[in-house]
Design a protein around this ligand. Structure first.
Ligand SMILES: [Zn+2]
Length: 418
């Protein structure tokens, strides 16, 4: 045990920070080797070939960025069968629409404007602009979602966003009034290149509006299952501010959102003019100690406590003859089930609304995935809620299951039955 911990710390010391390039990172959490969280399996996949990669989070004392050490190549992570289609979540659709309408009003967007979205997925966000006649361009590397976006009339390039693409668009005479990038900044391997690309593509008075999960929510609410191979960085206002400044991009406004367990909406511009929201949050983070390693020191211990508690709760229920299913074949579900060691012996099946996931198997633990109706049909005694960030929405959807006596287990921040 001591030897393994030493190795993790040694790996952190030798790693290079994704933002500032310094070494001597400090270890925050070692989740061990994990399968790819979205690498759902089909019945034909040869199981011994399933790939596992180390999943280790570290803190940079120089620029304060929390990050994972290992970068899995994006071609492997976001390949042809990437199963995530944003339009399957009603809550996400409503959130995006509100954000789009607010941007159209505040930036006075019209038919002469140009909106770019990075990681535009199936066009769920840009359609709000297209419907109002505002020229828009989506950028996304995953062929399935890109085809879906084009089908609803959202022009989309099937590519990764970076300096080369930003330069090419610029050469074509295109520059953006608004760049939207929701839940992608943390996924990009070339963190600095992404910031430089924003600086190239933005108009001088343009704004980049970027949503990222907030590292303080991750730590304070113990949301360890939001750490997975796609998420390379875990941002705070402090770490973003230090990162983007080096590229002539400035964090001028910031909003805290409840989506995805707690996120930040960053407003980045090419002129340096932070408003009160930025000044206040930077001060608050300093007060809370987000910029120092001590803040992260207890996180791993708290995560291990959740694992112990949840594991014994599930095993206890199983021992009493209860049946247990799970809801939501989301990435965080893969991490939670694998970390807790809840495989087919404990969980009978997982359900998910996304038809692209149904009929497949959860990575690592190989629990089969079915359609949500299966819950009412089989009436398992308990359902473990994996995407706890959509808790209210899912509990509402499963109202008839609960009225018939079914119960949910919410794993985070403390395992509890509702
Ligand atoms: Zn750093």
């Amino acid at each position: 045990m001591i030897a393994a911990r030493k190795t993790f710390e040694a790996r952190c010391r030798e790693a290079t920070c994704r933002s500032c390039g310094r070494q001597e990172l400090r270890g925050v959490l070692d989740l061990g080797r994990m399968p790819l969280s979205d690498g759902l399996l089909t019945a034909d996949d040869p199981l011994p070939a399933e790939a596992y990669y180390p999943l280790e989070a570290a803190f940079c004392p120089n620029c304060t960025l929390v990050q994972i050490l290992k970068t899995v190549p994006p071609e492997i992570l976001f390949g042809d069968d990437y199963p995530y289609y944003s339009s399957f979540s009603p809550a996400l659709l409503a959130h995006s629409r509100d954000n789009a309408l607010a941007l159209i009003a505040s930036r006075k967007l019209n038919e002469c404007s140009f909106v770019v979205e990075v990681a535009s997925n199936d066009g769920y966000m840009l359609r709000n602009f297209v419907e109002r006649g505002i020229p828009s361009l989506g950028i996304d590397p995953a062929p399935g979602p890109v085809a879906a976006a084009r089908k609803i009339g959202v022009e989309t390039l099937q590519e990764f966003f970076g300096i080369d693409l930003a330069r090419r668009l610029r050469r074509e005479g295109k520059s953006a009034d608004v760049i939207i990038a929701n839940n992608v900044f943390a996924h990009v391997a070339d963190t600095n290149g992404f910031c430089a690309a924003l600086a190239i593509l933005l108009k001088s008075d343009g704004v980049a509006v970027i949503e990222v999960p907030y590292v303080r929510d991750l730590v304070d609410k113990c949301e360890f299952d939001t750490i997975y191979h796609e998420h390379l960085c875990y941002f705070s206002a402090t770490s973003v501010d230090r990162l983007v400044r080096r590229h002539g991009v400035y964090l001028n406004r910031i909003e805290r959102l409840s989506i995805h367990g707690g996120s930040l909406r960053l407003h980045l511009e090419l002129k340096d003019g932070p408003d009160q929201s930025v000044r206040e949050l930077l001060a608050e983070e300093k007060q809370a100690g987000v910029d120092r390693f001590e803040y992260y020191r207890n996180f791993a211990r708290r995560v291990r406590a959740i694992r112990r508690e949840l594991k014994s709760m599930l095993e206890d229920l199983k021992g009493r003859g209860c049946s247990i299913a799970a809801y939501g074949a989301a990435a965080k579900g893969t991490i939670l089930l694998n970390y807790v060691g809840a495989g087919t012996r404990v969980i009978d099946f997982v359900v998910d609304r996304n038809v692209h996931k149904q009929g497949k198997y959860m990575p690592g633990v190989h629990v089969p995935i079915f359609e949500p109706d299966r819950i009412l049909r089989d009436m398992p005694d308990y359902v473990l809620l994996l995407p706890w960030n959509f808790k209210d929405e899912i509990l509402q959807q499963c109202d008839s299951y609960r009225r018939r006596g079914g119960r949910f287990i919410i794993p985070i921040p403390h395992p509890e039955v509702v």
